[in-house]
Design a protein around this ligand. Structure first.
Ligand SMILES: [Fe+2]
Length: 135
């Protein structure tokens, strides 16, 4: 069973955003599967790199979109992104340096953060973007 099940409870109704969120869910699920299957460090590291890179791609996309639509809560939204990005980059760097190991609770942190962020912080911008006709 995947760690995160994609479904309507995670949709924003904006197809481009939903597709990007779904990809993040897939990467986290891949990381979880690899951890549970006892995959080697190189494989874990490759998926972790993919998570960091795609998280940055997605956040940049979202922030540009929110900036261009003069979203009220932009600053707070970006701050949440930054805290998460800083955390996973630090963990990734420590993993590569051999001083940090994957544990299930890290995967649970990723899951909890993404679900809360999508259902709370991201959903809050949906009316602004829908009103502006973003798809
Ligand atoms: Fe966001």
């Amino acid at each position: 069973m995947p760690l995160i099940t994609w479904g309507p409870q995670l949709e924003t109704g904006i197809p481009t955003i939903d597709a990007q969120h779904k990809r993040l869910v897939d990467i986290i699920n891949n990381l979880n599967d690899a951890l549970n299957a006892g995959r080697r460090d190189e494989e874990m590291g490759a998926i972790f790199d993919e998570l960091v890179a795609y998280t940055e791609t997605h956040f940049t996309y979202e922030e540009k979109l929110l900036t261009s639509h003069e979203y009220d809560e932009l600053e707070e939204h970006c701050r949440e992104h930054r805290v998460f990005t800083d955390q996973i980059k630090m963990d990734r760097d420590n993993f590569n340096a051999g001083v940090w190991e994957f544990e299930q609770r890290f995967l649970d942190y990723l899951r909890g953060w993404l679900i809360n962020h999508i259902q709370g912080t991201d959903r809050a911008y949906v009316p602004t973007l829908k009103e502006a006709g973003v798809e």
